[in-house]
Design a protein around this ligand. Structure first.
Ligand code: PGA
Length: 226
């Protein structure tokens, strides 16, 4: 990510939320503090946002991004895009999101995490490969995992589609923790099937993967994905 911004000052980045990328955001903020990175010409597009969850809610991705990155670096707020989960016109919001990505020349670097079921963004198992930004239903598993202890978690989210993600010029997949071991094995060594949405990444021409030891433990070999 740092190299990408240094190489192309006006990079267009696709960004994830969740536990895995927290360390990445801390490093970016650190590099900004040291004067290594300048975010003023950078544009970002977040992968997803819950539908019907107010921006100020502690679990909203707007709030996550504001807290972890946007308020801590010199990025221009007008250049930070996160789907509006409070919109009255979902279709328009989704079409507009795709149009903005296109108008910015596409995503240079898309950073992703994966779910234990192989979801990327909120593209759950069964998502068609040609999906774009749209409103999706969350699985019960995802709702329970993400909203422990919260009554009535959101049932839906707006997410970039598989096609939106695969169009990025470069993808960086971040995976950590033993609970992701099976998912990453299926992602890299299993058949390409939309029952494991992340398995499509095998076909991306410019994919880089960062794994910790725990998540890599089920891989038969640390092989190159060709
Ligand atoms: P996590 O989420 O980093 O919080 O595990 C990843 C995901 O579900 O995409």
């Amino acid at each position: 990510m740092t190299r990408q911004i240094i190489k192309k000052a006006d990079s267009v980045l696709g960004l994830p939320t969740g536990d895995t990328p927290i360390g990445m955001y801390e490093r970016l903020v650190g590099f900004y503090g040291q004067g290594i990175l300048d975010f003023s010409p950078v544009t970002t597009f977040n992968l997803d946002e819950y539908y019907g969850l107010p921006i100020e809610h502690q679990k909203s991705f707007h709030r996550y991004m504001g807290k972890r990155l946007f308020s801590k670096v010199n990025i221009q707020r007008d250049n930070t895009y996160v789907p509006n989960g409070m919109t009255d016109s979902v279709k328009e919001e989704c079409n507009q999101y795709e149009a903005e990505i296109k108008a910015h020349g596409g995503i240079d670097l898309m950073v992703l995490g994966i779910g234990v079921n192989g979801h990327i963004g909120f593209n759950e198992p069964g998502t068609p490969w040609d999906s774009c930004t749209r409103l999706v239903k969350l699985t019960e598993e995802t709702r329970k995992r993400e909203f422990v202890g919260l009554k009535d978690p959101p049932k839906k989210a707006i997410t970039m589609g598989i096609k939106t993600i695969m169009r990025a010029r470069k993808i960086l997949l971040l995976v950590s923790g033993e609970e992701k071991a099976e998912a990453i094995k299926k992602t890299l060594e299993g058949p390409i099937t939309n029952q494991v949405p992340s398995s499509i990444l095998q076909l991306h021409p410019n994919l880089q993967i960062v794994l910790d030891e725990a998540s890599a433990k089920s891989l038969s070999e640390l092989s190159e994905v060709s």
